[in-house]
Design a protein around this ligand. Structure first.
Ligand code: NAI
Length: 699
């Protein structure tokens, strides 16, 4: 059992012990009910303490049981809480470090709660598209007050125990311990002090009222409307807490249960739970076991202090890792450092960063013009111009100066990492680290595994990614890696839609309604339309059979590169990001249609969404089949964290699974009939066809 039972004189202590966060899996739940039974049967025991071993009281449900029947097997959490509440001897929860979700609900089933300062307290279920399901919505308002409790339940955000203890009239904590270290002793003393008090306080019996109930809940509903646009759960949190104020406890519990079960079945919650598990799974590489030794990374060098180099440097400075930046000219270094300063200063002005932290970070940054200064660094990341000749010069220099065992990484977005590795005599130490712009903001990192990249290099860079707070996904070597290879197909479909009758604004609006942070044309304007232009020019000679709309080229010929030139698919006012539709661009598209003899047709939002999203899905199926991505869920993570794909859809692969792969293929077959589209592209990828034939899904 993953909970221990010990008797200290006249107090029994039940210690949850299910690392890493004492998740409330079946064996832990059994440990708790067993302990309570033992303590009640032992005449020498007068009170019981429940606490957690290691770094948590309890983080709630055991994610290993997610979606398995074990999660519901008796005693389920609601039954365990019933056992606590019905104990004839008082139970004290001794809370430290983390009490979240089911962990907090468990504590609310105890008669008393003593907390150490610094503990993170939360009911985060809303982040998985759910509400708390073991009485949290009914008990927390009773001890904390309706408004603070609803705020916690709707936001899901953790609050420190000492902050909650300061709320007037709160009954969540009966006592604050002096520290985590003294909690165990203080809990024993507290348990003894209440051992003989009768009747024992039981949260379910406490009153739950709001003096201006109807007005308050109306107000709360209006407040959550904005944040819950694509998510049903926040509004349901309001319903559940309102039920606590309007019903007897058991009737309120029934309302909570019904809402919880209904939310479990929503595609939004399924998507969020899929992402929660996928993010954790992304760091696991099938043939690189978690005990693979790692190299020590205590310092980093960055080659190139441009857009990406500066952003990448900030990630390491933020994590307290010293950075040395190298450029060819002093002016370039000065410019790079000035940009980093400017970014930090903006954070200081917005009060997002303290002055002393800013200075501390800048003190970790040094610069050099000489490769010989890099000998001592443990890892280097190259972010120079995207030209293979320049990369060759840089990697030959790195091979000359870097110490044995140093990791040599390239931030290339399109070049062949195997070729870059071959410029050195140590291809096993070379890896791609593809950051996304702005590199200090975007969470996604594609880790590009070369043919010869060593396993310990992979293990090390995945750990480094975690340290700098990136979500890393492994990609094999191919043109565009996972994310950009797929986006090329998406962009191509966007072009065909213009040819066939859409305006850029119509396409963007449909995609934004679907939930994308930005439609394809606004995204092009942000990234720079010249980048796609350069790629297409290469494709025209490499892959002359590939079909493209000419509209994007015509746009670039006008110098409309996007936000950076103040004009792209849209117009932009300096200092603002609003995309203002431009009549000339629309006329340009119309003239082009006429020139190639197309009569425009009305295209539905549904067709726009399907063509764009399914183009991602079909390319992704090829990527999976080729082994470029290890698993479908990795692709979902790339699109959620790197491309603004809506979280409530769970990523393109999850979305395709939810639509049903059979239906996805049916749509592709329809698109293939469209003479203006690319019939060859719409041939379902063999993996996709196979999954449909076998009635399976991607995830
Ligand atoms: P950039 O032009 O802003 O910066 C490149 C910097 O490298 C310049 O400051 C230049 O002086 C310096 N440099 C050039 N040759 C050098 C050499 N031999 N030694 C030392 N320094 C040298 O370019 P950006 O956008 O930062 O791109 C850098 C790399 O990052 C490229 O490989 C690009 O494909 C990749 N990348 C760019 C993204 C973007 O959105 N800009 C996104 C992801 C990757």
């Amino acid at each position: 059992m993953t909970a221990q039972y010990q008797v200290h004189g006249d107090v029994a202590v039940i210690t949850l012990n299910n690392p890493p966060v004492n998740g409330l899996g079946l064996s832990t739940r059994l440990g708790i009910t067993d302990g309570v039974a033992k303590a009640n049967a032992d005449a020498a025991v007068k009170a019981i303490v429940v606490t957690g071993a290691g770094g948590a009281f309890s983080g709630g449900a055991d994610i290993k049981e997610f979606g398995s029947p074990k999660a519901l097997q008796e005693p389920n959490l609601i039954s365990v809480i019933g056992v606590l509440e019905n104990s004839a001897k008082p139970i004290v929860a001794a809370i430290h470090t983390v009490a979240m979700g089911g962990g907090l609900e468990l504590a609310l089933g105890c008669h008393y709660r003593i907390a150490a300062p610094g503990a993170s307290i939360a009911l985060p279920e809303v982040k998985l598209g759910l509400i708390p399901g073991a009485g949290g919505t009914q008990r927390l308002p009773r001890v904390l007050g309706v408004e603070p409790a609803l705020n916690m339940i709707v936001s899901g955000e953790p609050i420190k125990s000492e902050m909650l203890a300061m709320l007037p009239g709160q009954k969540l904590f009966d006592k604050m311990a002096a520290s985590t270290a003294s909690l165990a002793e203080e809990a024993l003393a507290f348990a003894r002090s209440v051992a003989d008090v009768r009747p024992m306080p039981v949260v379910r019996n406490m009153p739950c009222k709001h003096p201006q109930g109807d007005a308050y809940f109306q107000f709360a509903r209006n407040m959550v409307k904005g944040m819950s646009k694509n998510f049903p759960a926040p509004a349901k949190c309001v319903d559940a807490v309102e039920a606590a104020t309007k019903n007897k406890f058991d009737a309120g519990m029934a309302v909570e249960r019904e809402i919880f079960i209904n939310l479990m079945l929503t595609p939004e919650s399924k998507s969020l739970r899929h992402l929660f598990l996928s993010e954790r799974a992304a760091s696991k590489i099938p043939d690189v076991p978690s005990d693979t030794p790692q190299r020590d990374i205590k310092s980093v060098a960055i080659i190139g202090a441009g857009t990406m180099g500066g952003g990448i440097a900030m990630n390491f400075l933020n994590a307290g890792i010293p950075v040395k930046m190298l450029e060819m000219k002093q002016e370039a270094l000065d410019r790079g450092v000035a940009t980093i300063r400017k970014n930090y200063e903006a954070q200081v002005t917005k009060k997002k960063l303290k002055q002393d932290k800013y200075e501390q970070r800048m003190s970790l940054l040094t610069t050099t013009l000489s490769y010989d200064d890099l000998t001592g660094t443990d890892m280097v990341i190259e972010a120079v111009f995207e030209e293979i000749g320049v990369k060759e010069t840089v990697f030959k220099e790195l091979d000359r100066v870097m110490k044995p065992g140093a990791i040599l990484a390239s931030n290339t977005s399109t070049l062949d990492v195997n070729k870059i590795a071959s410029f050195t005599n140590r291809p096993q130490d070379v890896v791609g680290l593809h950051f996304f712009s702005p590199a200090n903001v975007m969470k996604l990192l594609e880790v590009v595994r070369g043919e010869k990249t060593a396993k310990d290099v992979m293990a090390t860079v995945m750990a480094v990614a975690k340290k700098i707070k990136k979500t890393a996904v492994v990609s094999g070597v191919c043109d565009g890696f996972i994310g950009n290879r797929m986006i090329e197909q998406y962009g191509r479909q966007g072009g065909f839609l213009l040819d066939e009758g859409c305006t850029p604004a119509q396409v963007d609006k449909a995609m934004e309604k679907f939930g994308m942070a930005m439609g394809p044309f606004r995204m092009g304007d942000l990234a720079g339309n010249d980048i796609g232009w350069a790629i297409r020019k290469r494709r025209y000679s490499e892959k002359p059979h590939m079909k493209y709309s000419k509209t994007a080229d015509l746009l670039c010929e006008k110098g409309r590169f996007g936000q950076k030139t103040g004009a792209g698919w849209y117009d932009y006012v300096p200092g603002k990001r609003d995309a203002i539709p431009n009549a000339e661009v629309v006329a340009m598209i119309e003239a082009h249609r006429k020139a190639i003899g197309i009569t425009p047709r009305k295209i539905s939002d549904e067709e726009i969404v399907q063509r764009l999203v399914f183009s991602l899905v079909n390319e992704a199926a090829h990527i999976l089949e080729e082994g470029i991505a290890n698993k479908a869920s990795d692709i979902d993570i790339v699109y959620i964290f790197g491309y603004g794909f809506p979280a409530h859809r769970g990523g393109p692969m999850n979305y395709a699974d939810q639509v049903g792969l059979f239906n996805v293929v049916q749509a592709m077959n329809r698109f293939a009939q469209n003479p203006l589209d690319d019939a060859k592209f719409w041939q379902p990828a063999p993996l996709l066809a196979k999954l449909v034939a076998e009635g399976k899904t991607f995830n």
